[in-house]
Every structure is written in C-alpha cells, then in structure tokens.
Design a protein. Structure first.
Length: 224
C-alpha cells in the first residue's frame, strides 16, 4: 500500500512539474506596443517574424498603425531595434528608364547600334539582337511609397517605389506597367514587379513573341 501511494505521489509530482513549466514561461513574457510613423504595421510584422520566439505572438492594429508584440524581454529588445531601423523616413531614389528597339539583322547588312545603348549591346546579343536603337530615356525621382509616371516615344511607364532592403541593397518597384499611347487611350503591354539592386541594370522584354525578329526592350536601373 505504501509503495502504491509513493508511485501515485511521484506521478502527481511529474504532472504538476509538466504544467508548471509553461506557466513559468508565460509569466516571463512581456508586452510592448510599437506605433509606426513612416511604414505600415502589416509590413513590420514580416520584419520581426524571424526574431520571435516560439512563445511570442503579435497582433496588428490597423486603425492605429501599430503592432502589439508579446515575447520574452530579451527578444523584445532585438525586436525594438529592428523596428526602429524599419520605421525610418522614406528614402529618395532615382529610377532610370530607357526604351530600346531591338532587331535581328541577318541579310548581310551591317547592324547598327546607337551610342546611347551600346552598354546593353552585349546582353542583348545573347538573345541574338544585333541592331539596337534608343527610343528615349528618362530619370524619375521619388521616395519609398511614391508613384512614378513617365512618357517616352509614344509609351507610358507607371510604377511605385517600394521599400528599400538594406540587407540586399535593393529596392522593390511595384506594379511596373508599360502601355502604348493610342490617342487618348492606353494599350497595356506588360506589368511586373521588380526587385532592383542599386546600380544594377536590368533588361525586360516587352514583346509577346520571344522569337520575333523585332522587340521592344525596357532597360531599368535604380540609384540613389
């Protein structure tokens, strides 16, 4: 009988210990509210997700543009530092846009490349485009979150400067759209989202037929 009582007591002790550990963890958690002046709270949630512990939680308050975070005190310090860096004043950038008429010359004539697009000739040669003509170029200045619009040679480019990522030194360019101007109407040609590393030149094909002998190319680059 005494042995049975000892076994029951031991099981009760183990059960109490099992329940006591989560309670102790729960008591060690703290709550902080972070309100944002320059950035959106929903985007901040993605920033801190990798920093949170298994016991941590967060909730977004859209009306106040704030984030309520529950986690261990040591984690909250890291989260606070990350959010302070995230909620910075919108940074200015410039987006360079060039339109290039590219074609494949195979009839024995010497292909021509205008001076303003010679820098992209090697890349377009990989697609077998050997005749290039610049149709127009423009630099659009703006800050994170601002829209941009430019018209070049009968085309309109529209986009939005997204968030800058310091880890990759790149900026997101959202909803980049190219349309052809047809009187007072716009004929959509393409739409995409770009993540541009600062200083890197990216070439996008606006033609719907990759094997076409002629194509319209968009050359973009982001800089400060």
């Amino acid at each position: 009988m005494k042995r049975l009582l000892a076994v029951v007591a031991a099981l009760l002790f183990l059960s109490v210990s099992a329940f006591a550990e989560p309670a102790e963890v729960g008591r060690s958690l703290s709550v902080r509210t972070f309100q944002f002046k320059h950035k959106q709270a929903d985007k901040a949630a993605a920033v801190i997700k990798p920093l949170m512990s298994a016991e941590g939680s967060m909730s977004i308050q859209p009306a106040a543009n704030s984030l309520v975070v529950t986690d261990a005190p040591e984690n909250l310090k890291k989260i606070a530092a990350a959010l302070a860096d995230f909620d910075s004043v919108a940074q200015p950038f410039r987006l360079s846009i060039r339109l290039v008429a590219a074609s494949r010359v195979t009839n024995g004539t010497t292909p021509k490349i205008t001076d303003d697009v010679k820098d992209v000739a090697p890349k377009l040669a990989l697609l077998r485009y050997n005749a290039l003509e610049g149709l127009g170029a423009a630099d659009v200045a703006g800050k994170e979150g601002e829209p941009g619009v430019v018209e070049l040679s009968g085309y309109r480019a529209e986009f939005k400067f997204g968030d800058y990522d310091p880890a990759s030194d790149s900026i997101k360019v959202s909803d980049f759209k190219l349309s052809r101007l047809e009187g007072d109407q716009l004929a959509p040609m393409m739409k995409t989202t770009l993540n541009l590393k600062l200083g890197q030149t990216v070439i996008i094909g606006a033609t719907k037929q990759p094997q076409s002998q002629r194509a319209l190319m968009i050359v973009v680059a982001a800089r400060r």
